[in-house]
Design a protein around this ligand. Sequence first.
Ligand code: SAM
Ligand code: SF4
Length: 363
Amino acid sequence: MKNNEISIYIHIPFCERKCDYCAFVSFCVNEKEEDKYIDYLTKEMENFKTSKVVKTIYIGGGTPSILSIENLKKIFYTLKSNFKIKKDAEITIEVNPNSLSEEKLFEYKNLGINRISIGVQSLNNDTLKKIGRLHNKDEAIKSIKLASKYFDNISADLIIGLENEKDVYKYAETLIELGVKHISAYMLEIHENTPIFEKFNSQKYLPLNEEEVANEYEKLVEYLEKKNFHQYEVSNFALSGYESRHNLNYWNFGEYIGFGISAHSYINGKRVANANTLKEYFNGVKFQDENNSKTEIEERIFLGLRCILGVDLKVLDKLGYKMQNNENYQMFVKKGILFEKGDRVYLNKKYYLVSDFVISHLL
Ligand SMILES: C[S@@+](CC[C@H](N)C(=O)[O-])C[C@H]1O[C@@H](n2cnc3c(N)ncnc32)[C@H](O)[C@@H]1O
Ligand code: SF4
């Protein structure tokens, strides 16, 4: 990893409608509010000075595909005028099937975007409706076909554990037939203060139980392995060469700058988070993590063990934590749950599903 390189994350907190399960910082706004946000966002970018070279850019949300082309152009103009961007930088935009169009895809390509991440979630119309998505199966498929006219590097998101969703691997089959090169499959998380939480509590929404989720996950992993989609993180699978370089940078503790509401940065060993409300964000409120080395130890273990990069034991040692002295560590190594290679330790992929349990016993 070169330390004169950096990644950039840009948060676009707008959605046409909030999905029932989603706890990301996003909301519905009008055109005027969108313009105001882009003004503040581009100012924040202009005020940041770095001589580092940008190797990946990720425009996430929310739903970046609802941005007007003019506003997206403003973001790219600011990026290009204020940062040195590598020629082969990976530049991703997150899109929703219902807000994608051929005109937008054409502009994305012109702006230098080279990776599209599409939120599919499911290919079952009843499920999509139940979770509040604004697209159906055919529209999701159509958007992937349209995107593949312009882009080769396409990723799709699925959710495992939604009500009545058995055989999620069959969705992966369709996605692969459509030419998708990367799949993110997230286990459904039910967050407080989301509509799905209320429905779940009153038994109006019945997600799969733990055993069913495990079963779905295992079938999906097995299917994707067969299709040469190798698992490089608990929820991420890709054909060789199509792994997300942006995410690998996070998991490998590379530096990144986050712009926009709720975005996080990690620079010179320091973590800073932007405010989660528009009012505070417009006032420039930022939170600095004061407990740096404790957070870093926990994050290194959490992020490293959940992906193929593993954890560098020497780095942990330098930060003041000798993980080998943890009594559970030796037991996990003996049982083949963890394995050591050189100075690094890895979680055996068979145990990715219980990674949270293993990690909680190592901290
Ligand atoms: C930042 S979201 C935005 C993506 C895009 N706006 C969309 O909805 O298609 C990225 C992904 O997180 C996943 N996600 C969001 N909330 C989730 C939840 N509660 N449980 C599991 N996955 C979730 C979805 O798969 C979603 O596509
Ligand atoms: S899942 Fe995507 S579209 Fe749905 S509310 Fe979250 S960010 Fe918006």
